[in-house]
Design a protein around this ligand. Structure first.
Ligand code: HEM
Length: 472
């Protein structure tokens, strides 16, 4: 692949998004046809002004400007309508907290995402993916989006709180997350609070789902207070609050200070909200893209058959050998990044690409927009996992590929998500070929995350003995 390298000496251009009618028009375009709207913006400039309701905002279309912004999180702090809404929902956890509190929170949670922990999580990811494959029947229809949400809910809840979610609670979490993710997006692009105070059915459903999620987290924490300590993420947080470290007696180990009950609640809800839906959307998108890319699907099957003979699930060591599977996930994250639009707020007057931004300016960046720019990725709409083979990766310009962002607010779960998605795709591909159930391609539907919201596929066994029929 020959990706054009952005010229660092080039002057940035500034434009205005087309179609400004006072107050509403860009919010409507962003809500109704967000992906087309985003793709139209680079033609207007490197930094494009738009209006979201009464607010002015700037969206960055040049990878270098995005990179510059992400590397200066003190000036471009979490904020803007998206993070205002997320803050109201998640409280003050690691995703929403201002930069001034970020280091302490990241230090608190980072051990749970250490590479050595990911190796251990891989085993439970594989067990859950195999269990899912056993539920399917040859020729059966599968709600792939629902199945991937079920898989990532089980994996994330086992890692966070050792599976305190029984089947009933897990189903409640999935329903609430789906409702919240839908409601969050419209609240991001329409920053007018009064609209969401009206008791419409949609507003009532959103508030109900938020209330149920909070109650669920409270119940899990309450149960764990009276149970013996466990070495999961909730265990780490409870130990930090009590001044112990997980597995040690009271008083041992150094813990980040100031962990309150409210913070434990906020961090758990934050990780559930960020960890489940994103990876499920990545997996569902991967299956939908593979189904219409026969060459990529064949290459994936060849690799899986060679590395995982007999259809066994991958262990952590095998992930390194599943090179093409990694390319499939990476290309999925390029074409359909689950995190597709983010906001920041300037904490002081500043300058970006030669353009002055006042204090309090809302700045947006979109991995989707960057990943679909033909100057970074030739034939951007094509699903070509080969782009990510080691010998070709160097052609990708810096800052052009940002599925997990960059800088110190980069996704803490990036390795976790890559392992979970690779295990999910490889385990399914070892047993099943998923065919679209209808001729209509399932278009990715942007909400708070991007992905196919209702993907139904048909399972074809790849070998005569599939996991259900051979009794495993
Ligand atoms: C394919 C799956 C995922 C994608 C595409 C993704 C993407 C992202 C992106 C783009 C950000 C930065 C947001 C911004 O710049 O405003 C982020 C942050 C974050 N993600 Fe993920 N994520 C994924 C999975 C996960 C998982 C599995 C977890 C945890 C279980 C997680 C936890 C977080 C947290 C805690 C942050 C905030 C980090 C900080 O501010 O220090 N994510 N993610």
């Amino acid at each position: 692949m020959s990706g054009a390298v952005t010229d660092p000496t080039r002057e940035s251009t500034v434009g205005t998004a087309p179609g400004i009618f006072p107050y509403v028009s860009h919010a409507i375009a962003l809500f109704r046809r967000p992906l087309d709207f985003l793709n139209s913006l680079p033609a207007e400039g490197d930094l494009v002004e738009l209006r979201l309701g009464p607010r002015r905002a700037w969206i960055l279309c040049d990878p270098q400007l995005v990179h510059q912004m992400l590397m200066d999180p003190h000036t471009f702090d979490k904020g803007g309508t998206q993070y205002d809404r997320l803050g109201a929902l998640m409280g003050n956890g690691i995703v929403t907290c201002p930069q001034s509190e970020h280091r302490r929170q990241r230090t608190l949670l980072q051990p749970g995402f250490h590479p050595s922990r990911i190796a251990a999580y891989t085993e439970l990811m594989a067990a859950e993916a195999e269990a899912l494959c056993r539920e399917w029947r040859p020729g059966g229809k599968v709600d792939v989006t629902g199945a991937m949400m079920a898989l990532t809910t089980r994996v994330t809840s086992r890692v966070l709180f050792s599976g305190s979610l029984d089947a009933e609670r897990a189903a409640a979490v999935r329903e609430c997350l789906a409702e919240v993710v839908r409601g969050l997006f419209v609240r991001t692009v329409v920053p007018v609070d009064a609209v969401f105070r009206i008791p419409t059915p949609a507003n009532r459903r959103y508030r109900g789902a938020v209330g149920r999620l909070h109650a669920l987290i409270d119940a899990i924490i309450a149960e764990r207070r009276s149970a013996p300590p466990r070495e999961d993420l909730l265990g780490t947080l409870l130990a930090a609050r009590d001044g112990t470290s997980a597995g040690d007696g009271p008083g041992h180990g150094e813990s980040p200070r100031g962990v309150t009950d409210q913070e434990i609640h906020d961090q758990l809800l934050t990780l559930l909200l960020t960890g489940v839906e994103t990876t499920a959307m990545c997996l569902a998108s991967a299956f939908s893209l593979l189904a219409v890319s026969p060459e990529a699907e064949d290459a994936l099957h060849r690799e899986v058959d060679a590395v995982l003979p007999g259809g066994r699930a991958p262990g952590h060591d095998e992930l390194a050998r599943l090179e093409y599977t990694r390319c499939v996930i990476t290309e999925t994250l390029r074409v359909r990044p689950p995190g597709w639009l983010f906001t920041r707020i300037t904490t002081r007057e500043t300058e970006l690409g030669g353009h002055r931004l006042p204090r309090g300016a809302m700045v947006l960046y979109s991995p989707y927009l960057l990943h679909h720019d033909a100057s970074s990725f030739p034939e951007p709409e094509r699903f070509l996992p080969e782009r990510w083979l080691p010998e070709r990766q160097s052609a990708v310009p810096k800052g052009a590929m940002l599925p997990f962002a960059a800088g110190n607010r980069k996704c803490i779960g990036d390795r976790f998500a890559m392992a979970e998605a690779m295990v999910g795709v490889a385990t399914v591909a070892a047993h099943w070929r998923l065919r679209p159930a209808s001729a209509h391609e399932s278009r990715p539907r942007p909400a708070a995350t991007l992905g196919p919201r209702a993907l139904v596929m048909i399972c074809e066994p790849r070998h005569c003995s599939h996991p259900q029929s051979n009794g495993r």
